[in-house]
Design a binder for this molecule. Structure first.
Ligand SMILES: [Ca+2]
Ligand SMILES: [Ca+2]
Ligand SMILES: [Ca+2]
Ligand SMILES: [Ca+2]
Length: 479
């Protein structure tokens, strides 16, 4: 075992260095390691001759392809967003300058390459007996079993944008959403398997296989009656790119996901991805993402987005996990909440395994969000933030060397979350009272179609049901 851990750490160190050049989106699973093993975070680098174009509504992509001589690679038709190949003679800088003054193009950017941070599956996941999964201490610490007397996630859907899922594991039987899909190979091939090839040439074969299964199993343990929508977006090496991640987020939203689990991240802030997260949040979808595993004082993206629940990892005792990123810059890149991420057991293809990373903390929170969506206490992104404020365990005293908000509002407490009476829905002015000011605030929000008052069926449609919900909440007063 010690040998395995040593291999893991050295593998991680090499990979991290390589990622400085290769860069990009990573699966956020770390091994058991110390902060010093994580030297460099993954950077962002554009893919060769690939760009993303977001067109204004009604503009036909063929017109644009003809205008610039590009080749279409892929599209997100519902958002008029397109991945194109441009001419090798064109530099990245020239591509970025090309559309200045073009009235048909809303936004353009290079497609950022992506790389994982992961060691091989054999190193990442230490195999354990299935019984250890159910009896691991994290469930007790978070109050998961008693929480299930209140909510189980019934009627909710958690999209897991990751490496796929092991559909053979009985715990997923009957739990997989019909819209489950792969953006890696054949659309129906959601299996979390590798190709036996070290595609990224860094010495490890299929090193991220099992990641999506592990993450999905953790989420489902918290919300056992939720439906999982695996969206295979990271390949077996943990690779993806900004366009494909964006496509996956919109796919999840358009197919009815209530929660999106992103146990991945990048130091590169890509406007396309940030906008997809904003759009998801504005449609009432709770997006939960990993802060990252490089022991750095700022979360990665999209965890850092202020409409995304950025999750740091702590040990079971509430002390920050040595690998976890945290928020010490005092700026806009925020952590919302922390959750256990050390030595968490979950299903992996063919069995169960133990691993560490902010990747594990994310599905614990995503599952909790599903419980609260079932209960109706989370309807909007602002409700999630309120839940974090009101129910998280204060762990500041356990982390005296960190600034006060470095780990968000504290450590997740599933039982406290499900027994929380819910936000004061009608208090739109945030003064913990319902009064005339809230009615005055409601009217323009309702007229402008704001997500803040999209309480019922929060999919961007404001109607009589939302108005009635507001009025009833107003009459009921603050809980
Ligand atoms: Ca590899
Ligand atoms: Ca491979
Ligand atoms: Ca108020
Ligand atoms: Ca509505």
């Amino acid at each position: 075992m010690m040998q395995t851990i040593a291999n893991l750490c050295s593998a991680f160190g090499r990979r991290s260095t390589a990622l400085l050049a290769a860069g990009g989106l990573i699966a956020a699973a770390a091994g058991i390691a110390h902060a010093t093993d994580f030297e460099d975070p993954p950077g962002g680098a554009p893919r060769v001759d690939e760009g993303v174009l977001e067109l204004l509504p009604g503009v036909d992509i063929q017109t644009i392809l003809d205008r610039y001589g590009f080749t279409l690679r892929d599209s997100i038709p519902s958002r008029n967003i397109h991945l194109v190949s441009f001419q090798p003679a064109l530099t990245d800088e020239q591509f970025e300058q090309l559309f200045i003054g073009d009235p048909d193009i809303d936004h353009s950017e290079l497609n950022f390459d992506a790389g994982d941070s992961g060691p091989s599956t054999g190193s990442l996941f230490f195999g354990v007996a299935p019984a250890e999964f159910d009896s691991q201490p994290v469930w007790n610490i978070l109050g998961v079993d008693p929480a299930h007397n209140v909510a189980t996630g019934a009627g909710t859907t958690i999209a897991v944008i990751d490496t796929g899922i092991d559909t053979a594991n009985p715990m997923f039987l009957g739990k997989i959403h019909p819209a489950a899909i792969s953006f890696i190979g054949a659309p129906t091939d959601i299996q979390d398997t590798g190709n036996g090839i070290n595609d990224d040439n860094e010495g490890l074969v299929d090193e991220m296989v099992g990641h999506g299964t592990w993450v999905s199993g953790i989420a489902l343990s918290v919300a056992p009656d939720a439906t999982l929508m695996p969206i295979r977006t990271l390949d077996d090496e943990g690779f993806s790119d900004a366009f494909t991640l964006t496509k996956a987020i919109y796919y999840a939203v358009d197919n009815g996901a209530d929660v999106i689990n992103l146990s991945l991240g990048s130091v590169a802030q890509v406007r396309l991805v940030e906008r997809a997260v904003d759009d998801a949040a504005n449609l009432g979808v709770i997006v939960v993402a990993a802060a990252g595993n490089h022991a750095l004082p700022a979360p990665e993206f999209p965890a850092a987005n202020n409409k995304c629940a950025g999750i740091a990892a702590v040990q079971l005792d509430g002390v920050i996990a040595p690998f976890s990123n945290y928020d010490a810059d005092g700026g806009g890149r925020t952590i919302t909440l922390s959750a256990p991420g050390m030595d968490i057991i979950g299903p992996i293809p063919g069995g169960y395994g133990r691993a560490s990373g902010t990747s594990a903390a994310v599905p614990l929170v995503a599952g909790t969000a599903a419980l609260l969506i079932e209960k109706g206490t989370i309807r909007r992104w602002s409700d999630f933030k309120e839940m974090a404020k009101k129910t998280a365990i204060d762990i500041r005293g356990l982390n005296p060397n960190l600034p006060n908000d470095a780990l968000g509002d504290g450590m997740l407490d599933v039982l406290s979350a499900v027994t929380w009476p819910g936000p004061c829905f009608a208090d739109l002015t945030g003064n913990d009272l319902v009064d005339l000011g809230d009615i005055q605030a409601f009217i323009p929000l309702f007229i402008s179609g704001s997500a803040e008052v999209d309480y019922v069926d929060p999919r961007g449609v404001l109607d009589l049901a939302d108005l009635q919900f507001f009025l009833q909440s107003f009459i009921n007063g603050c809980p």
